[in-house]
Design a protein around this ligand. Structure first.
Ligand SMILES: NC(=O)c1ccc[n+]([C@@H]2O[C@H](COP(=O)([O-])OP(=O)(O)OC[C@H]3O[C@@H](n4cnc5c(N)ncnc54)[C@H](OP(=O)(O)O)[C@@H]3O)[C@@H](O)[C@H]2O)c1
Length: 250
């Protein structure tokens, strides 16, 4: 079978771990040349060293516009243009309404919404059409967990952006779609600083809320991203694929 992403240049934000890293492996196997972006340079380099294929790493913060400009200029300098943007980097902060302060609210929207919007704006002149932009949101926004209001709202904004920007950009050969994962076994759960047993309890509680009674593997999300990145999804525009193991149905 022909490689499904042969010759495509793909930028993956949050490409150093979890879903982004699984996608990087899969995309490289399918012939893509990659740019991986994240805040932690060592993590990105370690990831790149394990991927078979052409991989360039750039470190920076999604919430800082000058870092996004650097990401764009480095990617273009290296590869000339970009075919696919996988805007996947994100955080999932949990806080009660009382505990969420202005800085936490702004950080969540800064990374998940503002950063993605301006990444699209800044990459736009350099996209080779037909281009595909994939935005990672979350299936959990459709059935919110307690104390997830700001994160869920940010993800709803991401979904809205995919729809509204599709209206603006489809005629220019740019498809935008959303991948909304259900609970997926990635390092994101370690970011809460909880003791290991508590993390395990959280994960098994989430697994129990799905119909499949397990977390997703990052690879399972990567396969959905591959479909959205490739021409196999050529007639899918402004859509959301909810890959949640039936979380929304329990
Ligand atoms: N795992 C789940 O259960 C789940 C469920 C629904 C949705 N999601 C979404 O899936 C996406 C991928 O998450 P994951 O589960 O694969 O977790 P992950 O392994 O923690 O991946 C998130 C990545 O985003 C990067 N990142 C975070 N903040 C960033 C920033 N400000 N600037 C640049 N990079 C940043 C992180 O790298 P650095 O720390 O090095 O920057 C990390 O590589 C996220 O958007 C998440 O919200 C995950």
């Amino acid at each position: 079978m022909m490689s499904r992403l042969a010759g495509k240049v793909i930028v993956i934000t949050g490409g150093g771990s979890g879903i982004g890293l699984a996608a990087a492996h899969l995309f490289a196997q399918e012939g893509a040349r990659l740019v991986l972006f994240g805040r932690n340079a060592a993590k990105l380099e370690a990831a790149a060293a394990r991927i078979a294929g052409e991989v360039h790493t750039i470190n920076g913060d999604m919430a800082t516009l000058s870092h996004l400009e650097h990401l764009v200029s480095e990617s273009v300098q290296r590869f000339g243009g970009v075919d696919v943007l996988f805007l996947n980097a994100g955080t999932a902060p949990f806080a009660s309404i009382e505990d969420c302060d202005e800085a936490g609210f702004d950080e969540c929207f800064g990374i998940n919404v503002r950063g993605r919007f301006f990444a699209i704006q800044k990459f736009l002149p350099h996209l080779r059409t037909p281009a595909s932009i994939i935005l990672t949101a979350t299936g959990l926004m459709h059935k919110p967990l307690p104390e997830s209001s700001v994160w869920a709202a940010a993800n709803a904004a991401v979904r809205s952006l995919a729809q509204s920007l599709s209206v603006d950009l489809a005629a220019r050969g740019v498809r935008l779609n959303v991948l909304s994962p259900g609970p997926t076994d990635t390092p994101i759960y370690d970011a809460y600083g909880m003791p290991a047993e508590e993390v395990e309890r959280l994960k098994s509680g989430l697994a129990d809320k799905t119909l499949l009674k397990r977390l997703a593997h990052a690879d399972e999300m990567a396969k959905v991203a591959l479909f959205l990145a490739s021409d196999e999804s050529s007639y899918i525009v402004g859509a959301e694929i909810i890959a949640d193991g039936g979380y929304g149905l329990t």
